[in-house]
Design a protein around this ligand. Sequence first.
Ligand SMILES: O=C(O)CCC(=O)C(=O)O
Length: 277
Amino acid sequence: MHAITTDEVARFERDGFVVVQDILDAAHVTRVLAAMDRVHRGEYTLDRRPVNLRKPLAHLGRGDSIRWYLNARILDRDLWSIATHPGLGAMAAALLRTPSISIVEDQLLDKPGPGLPCNFHQDYGYWLFSTSTQMITCWIALVDMTLELGPLQLIPGSHRWGHASNPKELIAGSEDTWMEAVERARPATEPAGELASVCVRAGSGVFLHCLTFHGSPANQSTNCRRAFSLHWAGEDCKVDRLKLADYTYPYFFAGIPNGGRVINKYMPLVYSSRTSE
Ligand SMILES: O=C(O)CCC(=O)C(=O)O
C-alpha cells in the first residue's frame, strides 16, 4: 500500500487535501462495488449492530441525488476489513501527523445520473461530537471519474477558514444553493478561485482535512457515479457527549466516557505507530 511522502504531507497542509493514486487496487475496488450492491439489496454478511436495532439500512438523500449509506462497514465483512485496514489508517495518520488513528465513519456514495449536485460543506460540521478538528476523510473513486459524472470538488486552502455552519441542504443540492455555506464562510480577503476536481481512475482518490470545503456538481451522464469514503479521528479528538444528542447513530458511542477518545467496537483504533497498542 502507498506510503505517504513528506511532499504529500506538505501539499495536504498547504491545500487542505492531497490526491493519491491507486489507494485501492482493482481487486479491492471490485470488492467494495460488490459490497455496495449487497448493501443496496439489504444483504448483510456480518451485522454488528445490537439485535434490537437490526433493520434495513436506509440511505440518506433522495433517488435523484446521492444515495448516501452511512457506516455500512458494520453490516458487511468486506467493508469492515477495508475500512479498518491499517495501511489506509497509516496514510491518514501520516497526513494528520498523529501517532494513532481510529475509523469513525464510512460512506457508500451512489450517485445516479442525471441528478442533482451535492452542496459544498465541511465534514467537521457533521462531527461536532469531536473536541478537535484532527479528522480526515479519504474519498475513493470506484469508477473512472470524469467531470460529466460529477466528481468530488474542493476549494484549495479553505481548511484555514475555520469552522462554519452547515449548508441548509446537503445532499439534494441545486445551482442556487451549491456554494451557500462557502459564501457565508469565505473571508473577505479570499477571492473565489479555481475548484480542484478529483477526476481520477477507479481506486484513486483524495485525502481531505475535515475543514476543507468540498461538494460535487450534478452527474450529467446517464451512468451511475460510485464512490466510497472513509473518515478517521486522530489522538487529539475526544468525545463531547453533550453534542451526541442529534447524531444519527448515538449507540455508536457506547462505552466512550465524556472526554474519552473516539474508540470503541464500532470505531476501532486501526493504526498506531506505538507497537504496544
Ligand atoms: O461524493 C460526493 O459527492 C460527496 C461526498 C462527501 O462529501 C464526503 O464523502 O464527505
